[in-house]
Design a protein around this ligand. Structure first.
Ligand SMILES: [Zn+2]
Length: 200
C-alpha cells in the first residue's frame, strides 16, 4: 500500500487530482512543464526490511505513487555497491566516507532509478509514449526503459549532445531530434505533448 497521498502544483499549490502528466490547469498557459510536490501520510510508514521480494528500488515501493496493481518496468536498477574511500576520508577528517557506484545501473547512470519509476507510471496511465529533452544520460535511460515498456520514445536534444550518447539513445530505439537551440527543443516538445494530449 502506497503512503503517497497526492501531488500539488509546486507553483500555486493546486492539487493535480491524480493527473500526473498534465500541467497544472491554473499555470498551464505559462508552461506544460510538470512541477509538483508530492504529499505523503507517513504516520504508519516503516522502512522496508533489507530482504524483500521486490527488486532493487522497488524495495521502497510504498514510498512511490504506484497502485498495488501497477506493473513495474525494472531491469535491475538500484542495489548499487558502496565503496569505502579510506584514504580520502582520512584526508578530509571523515571516519566514514563511502562512494555509491551508480555506474553499475543498467545504462550506467543514476537516472535509471527515476526513469524506471516514471515509465512504470506512464505504462500504468496508458501514456501513448515518452518524450524527453536531454543531451545525456537521462535521455539514454528514458530510451532504455521505454523500450522495455514497449513505448515509443522521442528525445529532443541539441548539437552539444555527445555522439556516443546520441548513439546510445538511438541504440535503445529512441527517435532523436537535434534542435538548433535549447529553447527550440522545449518549444517543439511542448507542441508534441499538447497535440498528443488533445488527441487523447
Ligand atoms: Zn499551478
Amino acid at each position: 500500500m502506497s503512503w503517497y497521498k497526492e501531488a500539488v502544483c509546486m507553483r500555486c499549490g493546486r492539487p493535480l487530482d491524480g493527473k500526473f502528466y498534465d500541467a497544472c490547469p491554473k499555470c498551464a498557459e505559462e508552461s506544460v512543464n510538470v512541477n509538483y510536490r508530492t504529499i505523503y501520510d507517513l504516520s504508519s510508514a516503516k522502512l522496508p526490511a533489507a530482504e524483500t521480494t521486490q527488486p532493487g528500488i522497488y524495495r521502497f515501493r510504498d514510498f512511490y505513487p504506484l497502485e498495488d496493481s501497477d506493473p513495474v518496468v525494472s531491469i535491475g536498477e538500484g542495489n548499487t555497491p558502496l565503496h569505502r574511500l579510506e584514504r580520502m576520508g582520512k584526508q578530509l577528517g571523515l571516519e566514514q566516507l563511502w562512494m555509491k557506484d551508480e555506474s553499475k545501473n543498467p545504462t550506467m547512470s543514476h537516472k535509471d532509478r527515476l526513469c524506471s519509476l516514471i515509465i512504470s507510471k506512464a505504462l500504468a496511465e496508458k501514456a501513448p509514449g515518452i518524450t524527453i529533452s536531454s543531451t545525456g544520460n537521462q535521455g539514454a535511460a528514458a530510451a532504455a526503459y521505454a523500450a522495455v515498456a514497449g513505448l515509443p520514445c522521442v528525445i529532443f536534444t541539441t548539437s552539444n549532445v555527445s555522439p556516443s550518447m546520441k548513439t546510445l539513445m538511438q541504440a535503445y530505439g529512441a527517435s532523436v531530434f537535434v534542435t538548433p537551440s535549447m529553447a527550440d527543443r522545449g518549444v517543439i516538445m511542448e507542441k508534441l505533448v499538447r497535440e498528443l494530449s488533445s488527441s487523447g
